[in-house]
Design a protein. Structure first.
Length: 450
């Protein structure tokens, strides 16, 4: 399985590389679909600022491929966008060479439609080139392009991240004013669209410097042999070196292009259809159309005591009836449980008699042979006969050997008068008494003054 980035995006395989980082095909575990993830290659200040600008761009348009989400993990950052599998315009030219004029007009109209939305947001792309124009894998059907890579784009009026004399973009697709360090403007993007149109019609990158010199020296050149005149008038209006003489808006270019298409000849007989096929290739092992696949269990232990295979449900011979089980004898009920009795009371009393306690009355015996009942009289302790001449001695609860005479109480002298408590010595009592008299006199005097 691939590396899971920020707990959500699982990197599958690299599908491209640019100046700021690599582009990966990734599986979004939250949205359950494949996306394109651009991972920054370096983390310096300029790259991070450009990343913040690019990921903050949210433009919803069928022909614009803007960032959809972003994530950060330690010292790495990435942002994701829709996965476009048809490659770029550079792949199309590499497979078919120069494209038919009507097919080029369809591509240009879609490109200008997306660019008009970008300009309406106040954003200048600044890097329009064939490698940044991606294609959906539509086969031989109607083509569908997406304008991508807003890494160096900026809004008009925002501070620039580069020096004034430093040119940012791809050589060969610069507008003349960009080479002079002018502020980015929408017309610079339109100039790059004209160069892309020549690339699609000729199959090779045009020489922008030679075109500028020809325009400045000889004016607008005639239409090349492979470009119809109505289409060339639109392209020439995009390639004017003076921004004031150039088309001002992408919407104005679309109107002129639609008028030129009506004047173009129809497709030639036997013209080869253009097929935009998948350029990404198959998914690596461990991934399927629905995302990562479950790994098969490896080194699974063999089953022990596996059951035998099932036999045919219809036996060849009738089954032998099983022998009847032997009858089980009934279980007879046992004796009823006895009533509760005090445990071992009588037995304990027999083994440990109590001489100071009268015995319990004997239980009623069974009837005699005559049919009558009788009670056993209780056993009494033997009492000695009374002797009137013997001295009287009260019974003592304890044996004689344990009897002891009580100890006499100590004699204490009786007090006839209470004991006098000593007071303080005169040396202390006299000063305290004098001080009390003085305090009383002062208080009395104070009361008379009120």
């Amino acid at each position: 399985m691939g590396e899971v980035f920020a707990g959500r995006y699982e990197l599958v395989d690299p599908i491209g590389r640019g100046g700021a980082g690599a582009v990966w095909r990734a599986w979004d575990h939250r949205r359950r679909r494949y996306v394109a993830a651009k991972v920054l290659q370096q983390s310096d200040a300029h790259t991070l600022l450009r990343f913040v600008r690019e990921q903050a761009l949210r433009i919803e348009h069928p022909h614009v491929l803007a960032p959809a989400s972003w994530a950060a993990d330690d010292d790495q950052v990435l942002f994701t966008m829709d996965l476009v599998a048809g490659g770029s315009l550079a792949h199309v030219i590499g497979d078919y060479g120069p494209l038919p004029p009507r097919y080029v007009c369809t591509l240009l109209d879609q490109l200008l439609s997306g660019l008009a939305t970008v300009h309406a947001e106040g954003v200048v792309h600044r890097d329009i080139k064939p490698a940044n124009i991606l294609m959906e894998a539509t086969g031989t059907g109607r083509p569908h392009l997406r304008l991508s890579d807003f890494g160096i784009s900026m809004r008009k009026g925002e501070p620039r991240l580069t020096e004034t004399n430093y040119v940012v973009g791809t050589p060969g697709y610069f507008a003349p004013e960009q080479l002079l360090g002018a502020e980015p403007d929408f017309t610079a993007d339109l100039y790059a669209v004209g160069l892309v149109a020549l690339y699609l019609l000729h199959g090779t990158r045009p020489d922008s410097q030679a075109l500028v010199e020809h325009f400045l020296t000889h004016g607008t050149p005639p239409a090349p042999a492979s470009v119809p005149e109505p289409l060339w008038q639109v392209i020439a209006g995009l390639l004017q070196p003076d921004p004031q003489a150039r088309f001002r808006t992408a919407t104005g270019v679309r109107k002129a292009l639609n008028a030129a298409v009506e004047l173009l000849p129809g497709p030639a007989a036997g013209e080869e259809p253009i097929e935009i096929h998948d350029q990404l290739g198959p998914l690596p092992a461990g991934f399927g159309p629905e995302g990562p696949t479950a790994r098969p269990a490896q080194d699974a232990p063999p089953l022990q005591d596996a059951p035998p295979p099932l036999q045919d449900a219809t036996p060849a011979t009738p089954p032998v009836p099983a022998a009847a089980p032997a009858p089980v004898p009934p279980v007879l009920p046992g004796p009823a449980p006895q009533a509760y009795q005090e445990p071992y009371r009588d037995q304990y009393q027999e083994q440990h008699p109590n001489p100071y306690q009268q015995p319990y009355r004997q239980p009623v015996p069974a009837p005699s042979e005559t049919g009558s009942f009788h009670l056993t009289p209780p056993v009494a302790h033997p009492v000695p006969p009374f002797d009137p001449s013997a001295p009287y001695s009260p019974p003592h609860p304890y044996p004689a050997q344990h009897a002891q005479a009580p100890a006499p109480l100590p004699e204490m002298p009786l007090r006839t008068t209470p004991e006098r408590r000593p007071g303080p010595p005169p040396k202390v009592a006299v000063p305290v008494l004098l001080l009390a008299l003085v305090s009383l006199a002062v208080g009395f005097w104070a009361l008379t003054r009120i």
